[in-house]
Design a binder for this molecule. Structure first.
Ligand code: ASP
Ligand code: MG
Length: 407
């Protein structure tokens, strides 16, 4: 007998028929003797519909009231699922976030979970019930309804799994696991059996949007085994867990990419203290997130070049800021390019294996792909390249590292 937290996303509960199918699935676990807590999202499209309503009423809806509104989406699904479970002979109880004391801070629309009082859930479980909890929502200490940011139901599920010390947190979704890269770009992409939290964080933040990033951070912090599986097909999905020796010994876990990068270069900035700060400071103040940062060694000892990348949506604003700063410091010029993408190789194997970077660069060179920027971390190598080479780069790296083969 296991204690499992299961989360079903918007498409999995997107219609009454699908809610019924979820109920049948949950009933099976329950009949096997497992204790099950189910977290659900709003029916697909519902959160967007609510957001749209709010925007029709006001350009800038008050954050507190927006959360009151958005939280209703999940309340619909918990009730319907609970009814469906009863129909299949399973006693179930639904709860909103605040009813099971999912205490968050008071940052409306992007609240963070601080504490969960699991007494009520445990009581229901011990009395043989399935507990159905609304994802994506909680309450602050003053009793205001809060929501956790888009995709936040994943984090609700992981937080409940951590609080209940559940054996596994299963995220049921419309894909059957995490892939070595996006199958729409490389049809030979393979489902990964196991991946470490760290690798998953790199894959997720780089655009493999299967899970809310925060849920993976949470799972890692509390060592919650997290499994991504399809709610429509059978299969073992992908297990995200701590790195250990028994782990699938793949050097490279996968290839992530980000299509929406833009690059800014300040040419001929004075090679002296404070320059990076005077460029990045105003960008940060404008709330623009900077991704890659590169500065050359000043060859002549007087000037150097400084390059950073930002999200394409922020490109124009960032360019205007940098141009102004560059003028002020007497830099030679500013060059911008908003047709840049980032491709990254991710794998814990990089820690112990040399030569991965050179294999990567060789594969790109063979295809005649010019690397515009390179950045590395312990388990990741990223390159910025021209947008038109994205697919080619991903496919050539996928094959160069043998990712299509079963590890
Ligand atoms: N319903 C929310 C959203 O669409 C939360 C979630 O589904 O995880 O973002
Ligand atoms: Mg989701």
């Amino acid at each position: 007998m296991a204690l499992i937290v299961q989360k079903y996303g918007g498409t999995s509960v997107g219609s009454v028929e699908r809610i019924d199918a979820v109920a049948k699935k949950v009933a099976k676990f329950h009949q096997n003797g497992d204790q099950v807590v189910v977290v659900v999202s709003a029916m697909s499209g519902e959160t967007n519909r609510l957001l749209d309503l709010a925007r029709q009423v006001s350009d800038q809806p008050i954050p507190r009231e927006l959360d009151v509104l958005l939280a209703t989406g999940e309340q619909v699904t918990i009730a319907l699922l609970s009814m469906a479970l009863h129909k299949h002979g399973v006693e179930a109880r639904s709860y909103t976030g605040s009813q099971v004391h999912i205490l968050t801070d008071d940052a409306f629309n992007k609240a963070r979970i601080q504490e969960i009082d699991d007494a009520r859930i445990r009581r229901d479980l011990s009395e043989g019930r399935v507990v159905v909890v609304a994802g994506f929502q909680g309450t602050d200490k003053d009793g205001n309804i809060t929501t956790l940011g888009r995709g936040g139901s994943d984090t609700t599920a992981v937080a409940l799994a951590a609080a209940l010390k559940s054996d596994e947190c299963q995220i049921y979704t419309d894909v059957d696991g995490v892939y070595t890269t996006d199958p729409r770009v490389e049809s030979k992409a393979r489902r990964i059996d196991r991946i470490s939290y760290e690798e998953m964080l790199e894959m997720a933040s780089l655009g493999a949007k299967v899970l809310q990033i925060r849920s993976v951070e949470f799972a890692s912090k509390y060592s919650v085994p997290l499994r991504v599986l399809s709610s429509f097909e059978d299969g073992s999905g992908t297990l995200i867990c701590a790195e250990d020796e028994t782990m699938e010994q793949a050097l490279i876990a996968g290839i992530a990419f980000n299509r929406d990068e833009a690059k800014l270069t300040v040419v001929g900035v004075p090679d002296q203290p404070g320059v990076a700060h005077s460029i990045l400071g105003p960008i940060g103040k404008a709330n623009i997130e900077v991704d890659m940062i590169i500065q050359n060694t000043g060859a002549d000892g007087k000037t150097t070049d400084f390059t950073c990348t930002v999200h394409r949506n922020d490109y124009k604003q960032a360019l205007a800021i940098v141009q102004k700063v560059a003028e002020g410091m007497g830099a030679r010029s500013v060059i911008g390019d908003d047709k840049i993408v980032k491709v990254s190789l991710v794998g814990v194997g990089m820690r112990s294996h040399a030569g991965i970077a050179s294999t990567m660069f060789e594969a790109l060179a063979k295809e005649g792909i010019n690397i515009r920027m390179i950045s590395t971390s312990e388990i990741k190598i990223s390159v910025a390249i021209d947008e038109k080479y994205l697919e080619l780069a991903v496919r050539s790296l996928h094959s160069a590292f043998g990712l299509e083969q079963q590890a």
